[in-house]
Design a protein around this ligand. Structure first.
Ligand SMILES: NC(=O)c1ccc[n+]([C@@H]2O[C@H](COP(=O)([O-])OP(=O)(O)OC[C@H]3O[C@@H](n4cnc5c(N)ncnc54)[C@H](O)[C@@H]3O)[C@@H](O)[C@H]2O)c1
Ligand SMILES: [Zn+2]
Ligand SMILES: [Zn+2]
Length: 374
């Protein structure tokens, strides 16, 4: 196996437009696979990390973590995948053996969990370089490249009948929202639910809540364009905080007789976690936070929120064990039990990837699917 030279969208600095570069992609090491990326969608987490001036600067870097592709080659010891297999990448892996993977209670793999240093889990090195300079990875996926190398534990095999240009959304945002509703909150029939942020993640929570028979799904978003889309996924009431004469939590408490059963923070604003907690009912109100904040990482809440019986939970990837659980969601999509296509508002060729970043920053898209050259 040899090095592949291909095009990748490289970020050279925080918030700087990505540059199409010729990069060298190493062959996969032991227990790794090299993937030809077919489609990758842009998730808010890519934008947040790329824009961040406070994070440790890891540049040059290749972002992208919501992706589908085809196995191009396999490293030593790989038996689970073969050349030509269709796969989804996963930004948090599953080794199947560590304490968390074998617990049945957690998806926080101790070996292949969220990778923050921009390196491969196995040897703490990169598999990309540009003009001899190493290029950092992102979340052990880096799908804004025609080819990428991932650990076998960070990919899931899927049937070749599944449309790769749609299913890439299950690789992060849609699965994260559905899991928050089903696995983390375990929403029951007749519940009242409030969702802060109606992007793909928030609207996936709405879809999950609707399928569980929630009676009321209140969507809170400062961008009124999100409401029309919200109706498709089950949002029954819309609140724009900018149109309210009182704090949004008061409005929610009034219309839900003391607070919602469940609240979800899907914006990436820690201040909104406080608001979400305040919007829940006493006794059993549960707030689930999914957002990744751009600034102010600390959460503030009055202790009385908890004395009154409320709970605050967080979740990564909706609590799903990626390898064990993702195939079930793919099957649900094939049986038309969950909607995915409806989240795709834009499609762009790879060379226009910066346009996708602009669409998301301007609040004009849900998911933009980026198509790699054939
Ligand atoms: N926990 C996870 O596993 C996981 C997975 C994917 C994404 N995320 C995070 O979830 C969040 C949502 O992701 P997304 O891709 O849906 O993002 P998005 O940008 O598409 O959606 C966010 C929505 O929040 C709205 N919003 C922004 N500020 C607001 C405010 N002050 N009040 C009300 N609404 C406001 C925006 O108008 C937008 O509709 C991000 O922080 C992302 O990083 C977490
Ligand atoms: Zn994501
Ligand atoms: Zn593990």
């Amino acid at each position: 196996m040899s090095t592949i030279t291909c095009k990748a969208a490289v970020a050279w600095g925080a918030g700087e437009a990505l540059v199409m570069e010729e990069v060298e992609v190493d062959p996969p090491n032991s227990m790794e696979i090299r993937i030809k990326v077919v489609c990758t969608s842009l998730c808010r987490s890519d934008v947040t990390q790329w824009e961040s001036k406070t994070a440790v600067p890891l540049f040059p870097r290749i972002f992208g973590h919501e992706a589908s592709g085809i196995v191009e080659s396999i490293g030593e010891g790989v038996t689970e995948f073969k050349e030509g297999d269709h796969v989804l990448t996963v930004f948090t892996g599953e080794c199947m053996t560590c304490k968390h993977c074998s617990s049945g209670k957690s998806n926080m793999c101790q070996i292949l969990g969220l990778e923050r240093r921009g390196l491969m889990h196995s040897d703490q090195k990169t598999r990309f370089s540009v003009r001899g300079k190493p290029v950092y990875h992102y979340c052990a996926v880096s799908s804004f490249s025609e080819y990428t190398v991932v650990h076998t534990g960070c990919a899931v095999k899927i049937s070749s009948t599944v449309p790769l240009e749609k299913i890439c959304l299950l690789s992060c945002g849609v699965a994260a929202g559905l899991g928050a509703a089903w696995k983390v909150a375990d929403i029951n029939k007749g519940s009242s639910v409030v969702i802060f942020g109606l992007g793909t993640v928030g609207l996936s929570v709405a879809q999950g809540a609707k399928l569980r028979g929630a009676s009321r799904i209140i969507g809170v978003d400062t961008n009124p364009q999100k409401y029309e889309k919200g109706k498709i996924f089950g949002v029954t009431d819309y609140i724009n905080p900018n149109d309210c004469n009182e704090p949004v939590q008061q409005v929610i408490k009034r219309i839900t007789d003391g607070g919602a059963d469940f609240a979800f923070e899907c914006i990436g604003d820690t201040g909104m976690i406080t608001t979400a907690l305040q919007s829940c009912c006493d006794g059993w109100g549960l707030t689930v936070t999914l957002g990744v904040p751009k600034v102010n990482p600390e959460i503030a809440a009055h202790y009385a929120q908890f004395l009154s019986g409320k709970t605050l939970k967080g979740s990564l990837f909706g609590g799903w064990k990626p390898k064990s659980d993702l195939p079930l969601l793919v099957d649900m999509y094939l049986r038309k039990e969950i909607q995915i296509d409806e989240f795709i508002t834009h499609n762009l060729p790879f060379e226009d990837i910066n346009k996708a970043f602009n669409l998301m920053r301007e609040g004009k898209c849900l998911r933009c699917v980026i198509h790699m050259p054939k």
